[in-house]
Design a protein around this ligand. Structure first.
Ligand code: MSP
Length: 529
């Protein structure tokens, strides 16, 4: 029975150039949450996509000597493009929106007109400072050292006739919204209120006359809709808002928008204000995650540091998407910045996956085969050490759920690892190989292996949102049917039996770290040459 709908989104990515591991981090996290919600019984809609308009993309296309549409088509759907990357990373999105899709563009025109008709948008003259790469207007006071507060780059003076959205009138309502738990982590709430709302919100410029690559304002030729209006409404047009392409508005309001911290402002101030202006229901939650940094700098499309960080299109096939997904979410608390290093990636794969988890699975399965031909007898005798292991395994789903609901992925994984470690210790404590020497111990040996197989099963099910392929491979080795691969089935320990345990391929081969570092250095050299 469904627990109801759950609508979750990633930001839509700028296809101004290829995506990097920082973008993958955001999408993987959203995918994990979507898979977790599906597993726990929700009717999930998971949306991702691309934000294809704007100055930057127009410029890049010109530099490449092709039309903007050709340019974005290549980056989105071409070889090594975004769609391919998400496939490779095992992203389970239900829908993919491109803001150049016709249904979206015409919906944006209708939305813009509706805002204008309600007098939420008016015509005026824009004078101010503009950061081209961020597509953001700033006031003098918002600049940091005279530069864009988001990216630290130069801003330039701009003056033009433009439409403005009456953002300034929403300060109070937005403060109340932010204080109500709309935005997480909580630490970002004060930042929004103190830096943006308290100094006074200014009306927002929502059209441009100097650019052509965007959605035209249909009732005023020459004006193009500001890219963030175009972008933010993707979350609704992809469900069918103001268009006939889809009919899924039952998923609105969104349950969770996952966004990087630099675009929290757009999602927690501008986006709800637009919705308030149209009297539409507001999303339930926005979560602003931290950045992957490399040598202290944000990994980004435009900064050169990006080149020293290896392309996820290379990393995923090299280590397996599951291992990469695991590394990203186990290593860094989701709300904070995390320092990406290749050493940490490889050493985590070795320690957590190859040594601890991989060993537990292979030892357990091998022993079930060796001592019982893969089919455990029904007579089992409990004994010393069982309760310690069973207690951890029994309590794990609830603890895991608490962390997952808070998007504390690294904690959820750490708890799973505690069970793995406990199960490995249980093997040392119970010494199945010693029990196997005497037939009188058969029932005890069966119980030990049963408890281990159950622990592996619980582990595999809870890991499934993070490592879908490895989890399925583990459950196949255990020989368990669909009904024992479910969230409900891990709410209690024991109950089923193990009659068809079969060894499979090594899940996570150990990596020779020294050799690997040399090879990765070579890949970086090639990329930066
Ligand atoms: N197009 C806008 C979003 C519009 S949403 C209505 C945009 N695109 S982006 O391609 O620049 O960034 C997309 C997402 O990738 C953002 O959430 C951003 O935080 C995330 N990341 C980009 N670099 C990142 C890291 N180095 N680390 C983690 N996430 C990063 O903004």
């Amino acid at each position: 029975m469904s627990k109801g709908t759950f609508y979750i989104t990633t930001p839509i990515y700028y296809p101004s150039s290829k995506l990097h591991i920082g973008n993958a981090y955001c999408t993987v996290a959203t995918d994990v949450m979507a898979r977790y919600k599906r597993m726990s019984g929700y009717d999930v809609m998971f949306l991702t996509g691309t934000d294809e308009h704007g100055v930057k993309i127009g410029e890049n296309a010109r530099a490449a000597g092709i039309t903007p549409q050709e340019f974005v088509d290549r980056i989105v759907e071409g070889q090594g493009g975004i769609v391919e990357l998400w496939k490779l990373m095992n992203i389970s999105n239900d829908r993919f929106i491109r803001t150049t899709d016709d249904y979206h563009k015409s919906a944006i025109q209708r939305i813009f007109k509706a805002l204008y008709d309600r007098d939420e948008i008016y015509k005026g003259t824009y004078k101010g400072l503009y950061c081209t790469p961020c597509e953001s207007f700033w006031t003098e006071t918002q600049l940091v050292d005279g530069k864009c507060p988001d990216c630290g780059r130069e801003v330039k003076h701009a003056e033009e006739e433009a439409y403005f959205f009456r953002l300034s009138k929403y300060g109070e309502k937005l403060t109340a919204l932010l204080q109500s738990g709309y935005l997480e982590p909580r630490s970002r709430v004060n930042e929004m209120i103190n830096n943006f709302i308290r100094p006074g919100l200014e009306d927002l410029c929502v059209s441009r006359t100097t650019i052509t690559w965007g959605v035209p304002v249909d009732f005023d030729p020459g004006h193009v809709v500001y890219v963030w209006v175009d972008a933010l409404f993707n979350y609704m047009t992809a469900l069918g808002f103001e268009n006939d392409r889809y009919d899924d508005m039952r998923f609105w309001p969104a349950d969770l928008h996952i966004v990087g911290k630099e675009i929290v402002r757009f999602h927690s101030i501008i986006w709800p204000a637009f919705l308030m202006a149209l009297d539409l229901p507001l999303p339930k939650k926005v979560f602003g995650h931290g950045w992957l940094v490399f040598g202290g700098e944000k990994i980004s499309k435009s900064r050169s540091q990006g080149k020293s960080v290896i392309d996820p299109l290379i990393l995923a096939p090299r280590y397996g998407a599951d291992a990469l997904r695991y590394y990203l979410l186990r290593s860094f608390p989701f709300g904070s910045d995390g320092d990406f290093t290749n050493e940490l990636l490889v050493s985590r794969i070795n320690s957590d996956l190859a040594n601890d988890l991989g060993n537990l699975v292979s030892r357990t399965v091998a022993m079930a085969e060796k001592y019982f031909g893969g089919s455990l007898p029904d007579t089992r005798e409990s004994g010393e050490f069982d309760s310690g292991l069973i207690e951890i395994a029994s309590k794990l789903p609830e603890i895991y759920e608490t962390y997952m609901e808070k998007l504390a992925f690294h904690n959820a994984l750490a708890e799973i690892n505690r069970l793995t470690a406990r199960a490995n210790k249980y093997i040392d404590e119970t010494m199945p190989w010693a029990l196997a020497r005497d037939e009188a111990n058969t029932a005890r040996l069966a119980a030990v292996l049963y408890n281990l197989l159950e622990s592996v099963r619980v582990t595999a099910v809870l890991l499934s949102p993070f490592m879908p392929e490895s989890s399925a491979a583990m459950l196949t080795q255990l020989g368990v049917e669909e009904n024992r691969r479910t969230w409900e089935s891990v709410q209690s320990f024991g109950g089923g039996d193990y009659k068809n345990v079969t060894r499979g391929e090594t899940l996570f081969p150990r990596i020779d770290i020294d050799r690997e570092m040399l090879e990765l250095a070579e890949i970086i050299n090639e990329a930066t040459r």
